[in-house]
Structure formats: C-alpha cells, structure tokens
Design a protein around this ligand. Structure first.
Ligand SMILES: O=C(O)CCC(=O)C(=O)O
Length: 295
C-alpha cells in the first residue's frame, strides 16, 4: 500500500454509495476498475440520442474544427468522427449526466465528497479502422497539484475485443511519470523505448455491454488499437478531481463547466503530491492530432 501522500483514493472509513470495498481497493492497487453494465438503459438511450445529433451536425463539415475532430476519410454520407470535444459544454443532457448521475457517486467513493468536474469528451472510434490511441498517461495533458484526477469511460454500445477497446496496464500508476515529449516536441505518448520497458502484455482490455463503466487514474498507462470491427465504439469520457487538486495549465478556462465544483465544498488549500508532474503545452489539441503529428 503506498503511503498516504501517494494514495489515489481518499481516507478509508467513508460509507460507500456504489462501489464495494474490494472495488475501491482494486482501484488503489491497479489504477483502474471496470463496472460491467452499471449504467441503466434510460441513461444509455438518452446519451445515444444526443450523440447521434452531433454526428448529424458533423455531416456538413469538411475538416476538423475545435469541437469536431474528424477522421481523414470523413464524408457527409459516411461521417467518421474521432472525437466530439467537451460534450458537457455542448448539450444539457451531457452536463446533467456529468454532474448529477451515478458517475458522481462512483467518484465520491474513490476520492471523497469534495469533487470538481474537469472536462469530458466523446471518442467515437469509427468502424473499419477508427484511430488508435498510443500508450500514454493523462495527467501530463492536464497537470494538477495532486494525482486524484480520474476518468470514467462509459460504453455507449456493446464492446467486444476487436473494437479497439482501451487497455490499462495494472499498477502502472505507481511508476514514475513518463516523458511525453520527444525532445522539444510534445507527442502525448510514451516513446518506443519506454514502451519496451513496460509490461504492455499485462494490459487488461475490458469488454462488456453498453452501460459498462471503466474508471482509471490519471497516472495509469493506457492506450487502444484501431477499431477492426464493423461497429462503431463510442466511448464517453469524463474527468473529475478532488477539490484540492488545482490545475497548472488553463486548458479548461474557456469551458463554462470546466474545473467547476459539482459536489461538496471548495478547497481553500491546494494539496501537493511530492512527485513531479510533467506539464504538456496549454494549447488545446486533441490526443489524436497530437499523437498522429497533425500539426
Ligand atoms: O478512445 C480511446 O480508445 C482511448 C481514449 C484515451 O485514452 C484518451 O482520450 O485519453
């Protein structure tokens, strides 16, 4: 068990709302957990409905915009989105989901009662080759004063093994943070040399029915392959932190909901984890554009 300063869960003893003690301990040990089919059908249907509205909107686009990140073969007839940026800022249903659903109770079980929302995104991963995401840690993209930030991924469709589902390397949150620059250039992923040192073969790639929720810590190394199936793999991701984690960069400053307290009381003191945090550039570009070198 890491010492208190380096723990990614809040102090024990708090009554749990959704998770079991075993799930909480697994998150602390492995840096991620999987909650199969946890979300109810009513939410899944509402989220699918609003997601489809944005896919419709994307048909008229010829190239990526700050909100719609498109695959290179996107067309009006066959829309292929890589990502919808900041869905919680774009539609009240997404915001209600982020701020009032069971997600917040799960977060409370892990990091305590004082919670800030950081940002959200919807990665579609189109059928027949939707983009890979290289091995990376999240926190260098949006550094904070401590390592409570965590991301909940919600499967909007059933996910099987050939759909480019995300893989998590157990225990990798306890390693030192990796350098996600290549020399002077921010690349947002681990170098080949660092990947060789990691036990990537131990990665767990959760599958499951629509409504499955994954939770991963901001230090956990994860990545995903291209989608080789004939089905889209929409994954709705939302990131939260403890209220006493403060951001070093202003990625969310333009977002109406970004870095906003959604439960509990605001922190008057920042909590600093003693371990250093690499700081990525504050200019907002998606992980796909960065990792694919689309300058
Ligand atoms: O959508 C995926 O497969 C992975 C997403 C991810 O790791 C990220 O956006 O940071």
């Amino acid at each position: 068990m890491p010492d208190q300063a380096q723990r990614i869960t809040s102090a024990e003893g708090q009554a749990l709302k959704i998770l079991s003690e075993d799930q909480r301990a697994a998150y602390e040990r492995d840096g991620f957990i999987v909650l199969p089919g946890l979300l109810d059908d009513a939410w899944i249907n509402r989220l699918r409905h609003v997601s489809a509205e944005f896919v419709e909107q994307s048909r008229s686009l010829k190239e990526s915009t700050p909100l719609f990140d498109l695959e290179s073969d996107h067309t009006p007839e066959t829309p292929r989105l890589r990502r919808l940026v900041s869905p919680a800022d774009l539609h009240p249903t997404f915001w209600e989901f982020v701020s009032e659903s069971v997600l917040v109770d799960i977060v409370e079980d892990l990091i305590g009662t004082d919670i800030k929302f950081h940002h959200s995104k919807l990665n579609f991963k189109a059928p027949g080759g939707g983009e890979e995401v290289k091995w990376h840690q999240d926190i260098q993209f949006w550094p904070h004063t401590n390592y409570t930030p965590l991301t909940l991924g919600v499967f909007l469709e059933d996910v099987s093994g050939d759909m480019g589902n995300v893989g998590f390397i157990p225990g990798s949150h306890q390693l030192d943070l990796f350098d996600q620059y290549d020399g002077e250039k921010w690349v947002g992923c681990l170098s080949d040399r660092d990947c060789e040192k990691l036990d990537t073969a131990s990665a767990i790639y959760p599958t499951g029915p629509a409504g499955t929720i994954t939770v991963h810590n901001c230090r956990t190394v994860h990545g995903s392959a291209k989608n080789q199936s004939n089905c889209e793999r929409p994954l709705l991701l939302q990131t939260y932190s403890a209220a006493d984690a403060f951001v070093y960069t202003d990625l969310v400053r333009k977002s109406p909901h970004g870095d906003r307290l959604i439960r509990g009381t605001p922190a008057r003191w920042a909590r600093h984890d003693p371990r250093p945090c690499q700081v990525g550039p504050s200019k907002v570009r998606t992980i796909f554009e960065v990792q694919q070198g689309e300058d």
